[in-house]
Ligand binder design. Structure first.
Ligand code: ZN
Ligand code: ZN
Length: 335
């Protein structure tokens, strides 16, 4: 099969490698769609630690085409999204924290910028009839947002702010609304993304290049004291600080964006301490993946996929993602 191997920096090679065999307990998936994640962009820019060479890509959907020993042949033909593979479900992290932090990860799984992958059967999550297989590739980013939003304690009639309307900001907005935020502001400088936030439930769209956020806070929040919940979905420490500074006393800030490793937080800790702000980290999809396809089927996801690329054009797709002019770019490995 064909796969794109990452060699560090922005260097990839399109290789012919052996098609994986489904070992006992595994299923073989023909990949329909793999999303380009902000993390993939950051990896190629040296902003997220990973060791080359490897096949990247972790947001994927497809169809089961073969099963290993011990897996029912009834699974062949099922349309699936892929949960975090190869977690043991037995270590401390799997039992008490998240299967994404498994301490004993093992097994023959390639990344999904490839035509096929073999994953443990339980990591191949069947999607509902109402969801198309391409959209199902958005399960992984949506799961990260749902897992993060569920860590918050959202009060009655809450006001909320999301900074960033890339795919993570959009899903965070949708789940904040479905979890009780009454009035939600989404702040985003890129018009195409900002407009899309409406589709995800935003009540007020804010262009930071046009009006200072402080004006919105004065107008929207109780006494101008700030939002009950704020979420940073870009991955810039100064925007995490903006969120904290826009949060009302005893409010909560959610970190959805991945700031570069080693980033300090540029806030006045005395102020944060004094105003009793709660800062909530959120990384990867927690244990919510199996619930996400049904949530996706409820959302209006028209035009969320901004561009589709062949496997050979992965470097171009990553460049398009890095330029930030669309919402979600995807690879279609078998087209
Ligand atoms: Zn991702
Ligand atoms: Zn584990």
């Amino acid at each position: 099969m064909k796969a794109q191997t990452w060699h560090g920096g922005a260097n990839f090679t399109l290789d012919e490698i052996p098609k994986p065999e489904p070992s006992p307990g595994y299923v073989l998936i023909e990949i329909d769609t793999t999303g380009i994640c902000g993390t993939d962009v950051h990896v190629t820019q040296g902003l997220f630690p990973k060791d080359p060479p490897q096949i990247l890509g972790h947001e994927s959907s497809g169809t089961i085409v073969d099963v290993g020993a011990g897996v029912s042949e009834d699974r062949i033909g099922q349309r699936v999204c892929i949960n975090h593979p190869n977690s043991c479900y037995e270590c401390w992290s799997c039992r008490n924290w998240s299967i994404c932090r498994c301490e004993n990860q093992s097994g023959p799984t390639n990344g999904y910028f490839a035509e096929f992958t073999a994953v443990p059967s339980r990591a191949a999550v069947e999607i509902p009839e109402a969801l198309d297989v391409e959209t199902a590739a958005l399960t992984e980013p949506a799961a990260c947002c749902l897992s993060g939003v569920e860590m918050l304690d959202i009060p009655y009639r809450a006001t909320g702010l999301v900074i960033g309307a890339g795919i993570m900001g959009l899903f965070t907005a949708a789940f904040l609304k479905s979890h009780g935020v009454e009035t939600l502001v989404v702040s985003e400088p890129v018009p195409v993304r900002r407009e899309m936030a409406k589709q995800f439930g935003a009540d007020i769209l804010h262009d930071p290049n046009d009006i200072p956020l402080s004006d919105v806070i004065a107008e929207v929040t109780d006494d101008g004291r700030g939002f009950e919940v704020t979420a940073e979905a870009v991955g810039k420490p100064e925007l995490v600080a903006t969120c904290i500074n826009s949060t009302k006393p005893r409010g909560q800030t959610l970190m959805i964006g991945v700031s570069p490793e080693g980033s300090p937080l540029p806030v006045d800790l005395y102020d944060m301490h004094y105003r009793e702000i709660k800062l909530v980290g959120a990384f990867r999809q927690g244990d919510v993946t199996h619930r996400v396809p049904d949530e996706l089927a409820k959302l209006n996801l028209n035009n969320v996929i901004s561009g589709r690329y062949s496997l050979a054009d992965l470097p171009e797709a990553i460049t398009a993602s890095a330029e930030g002019l669309g919402v979600k770019f995807v690879i279609k490995p078998n087209d």
